[in-house]
Design a protein around this ligand. Structure first.
Ligand code: SF4
Ligand code: SF4
Length: 425
């Protein structure tokens, strides 16, 4: 199971924890980043830094409760690197101390990249970190929303970080969000990653920022520029979206345009998570929470030990408890979390249950289900039109690649087949 925004997992089979060493604190002020508002959950005078005792308890419990041979220690923010290199050195030490003989550790970190220098890059390489780096495309598209505290674009700082990682041959996964500013430029974005950055792993994630009548005006100003009481806690509520949110149809067109280029020349060379996961669906597997029938296996650990049901539901009603009071294993296997995951399927509208691409979509993530179906049923996904068009568009080639894999051949053989065979196999 792949949790959105990260890579494969462990901690009790099928579970994944994203840990936040500095809570929501960040050195950038990206306009669409509603995670910045999560600092409102904690008192202003409370430090957002994860302390040594919480780190120790977390790593120990994670390794104790993991059943599989691979355990992922995953860090995210805010900007996790603000916690400093010594913290991550300690995390690696603790992981090797508490590791059982058969366990393999995979360290991952999702970062905005602006603080990466040679020392960090060498550390990531030495410990085989998988580094997720957020870049939204070439300069103008990236800088549209990814700005620093002074309102300046962050592109140059991110590129410097990228180049450091390349110099040290660290493993990097580009995480690109799709929003109103870059949605009309799919090939410009994709070719920038492939041809200029030489990126091999790309993750594409839609920006959908929900708002209510009450919050829309503030939300449109951008979460990074708001402070304290002016910045409401972002919750998954309301059926309005900000101006930065990607329009649903454009999201589908964006994915389809990149897919068409990828399937002609890049299969087996460039890994686009959305396409890999979709191929899994055509093979009868559900390799990401958002397209699985049920979810609940991607939880979040906050800096103070609080555990929430999902990174997209860090809000009071989805707090499961604190690992210093209740073992992680108890929290992730709790009835409350089971119900959270089961509701992904139970709340699917009839329209989805009758959809020809249900097997590839399953109504996507519940956080985006806030529009009505054509016959007025609540709970349809805001991105439905885009997903439906995309999954329909890729059906022919996906069937072909799945067929090749089932015969023990390779998916990249599709690039040697004439287009009309790709489409109709
Ligand atoms: S709510 Fe469920 S589907 Fe959505 S990101 Fe969280 S775990 Fe995945
Ligand atoms: S494409 Fe639309 S109707 Fe079909 S499963 Fe996805 S959200 Fe539901």
């Amino acid at each position: 199971m792949i949790a959105e925004g990260t890579l494969p997992v462990s901690a009790v089979p099928g579970f994944h924890l994203l840990a936040k060493p500095v809570g929501a604190a960040c050195n950038l002020s990206c306009k669409y980043c509603f995670f910045l508002s999560k600092e409102n959950l904690y008192a202003e005078r409370e430090s957002p830094l994860m302390d040594e005792a919480t780190l120790d308890s977390y790593i120990r419990q994670l390794l104790e409760s993991s059943a599989g041979p691979e355990v992922q220690v995953a860090w995210q923010g805010g900007e996790p690197m603000l916690r400093g290199l010594d913290f991550f050195r300690r995390s690696v030490e603790l992981a090797s101390r508490y590791r059982k003989p058969h366990q393999r550790i995979l360290h991952t970190i999702q970062t905005n990249g602006t603080l990466i220098d040679d020392t960090w890059a060498a550390f990531f390489k030495q410990h085989n970190y998988l580094v997720g780096l957020s870049i939204d495309g070439p300069r103008a598209l990236h800088d549209a929303y990814r700005i620093d505290k002074q309102g300046e674009g962050s592109f140059d700082d991110v590129l410097r970080g990228w180049n450091c990682l390349q110099k040290h041959s660290a493993d990097v996964n580009v995480l690109c969000t799709i929003h109103a500013a870059n949605a009309d430029h799919p090939l410009e974005v994709y070719r920038f990653f492939r041809d200029e950055l030489k990126a091999q792993y790309i993750q594409l994630i839609p920006i959908v920022e929900r708002a209510t009548e009450h919050t829309i005006t503030l939300a449109n100003q951008g979460w990074g520029g708001l402070k304290g009481k002016d910045r409401p806690l972002y919750k998954q509520e309301g059926n309005l979206v900000t101006e930065r949110t990607v329009p649903s149809e454009k999201f589908g067109q964006f994915l389809s345009a990149i897919f068409d280029e990828w399937v002609q020349r890049d299969v087996g060379k460039v890994y686009v998570t959305t396409f890999d996961v979709a191929l899994g669906s055509w093979l009868g597997q559900h390799n990401a929470c958002i397209i699985a029938p049920t979810c609940g296996g991607a939880l979040v650990l906050e800096h103070n030990g609080d555990v929430y049901s999902c990174d997209h539901f860090v809000e009071p009603k989805h707090r499961l408890g604190n690992l210093k009071e209740t073992p992680i294993k108890t929290l992730i296997t709790s009835e409350k979390q089971r119900r959270f995951g089961q509701s992904k399927y139970d709340t699917l509208p009839k329209y989805c249950k009758e959809c020809p691409v249900l097997f590839a979509c399953y109504g996507e993530c519940p956080r985006n289900r806030f529009i009505e179906t054509p016959d007025g049923e609540a709970g349809l996904n805001y991105l439905c039109a885009g997903y439906k068009a995309f999954f329909t568009h890729i059906g022919g080639p996906m069937k072909t690649m799945a067929g090749l894999l089932r015969k023990g051949r390779f998916a990249d053989e599709i690039m040697t087949l004439p287009t009309d065979i790709q489409e109709n196999t």
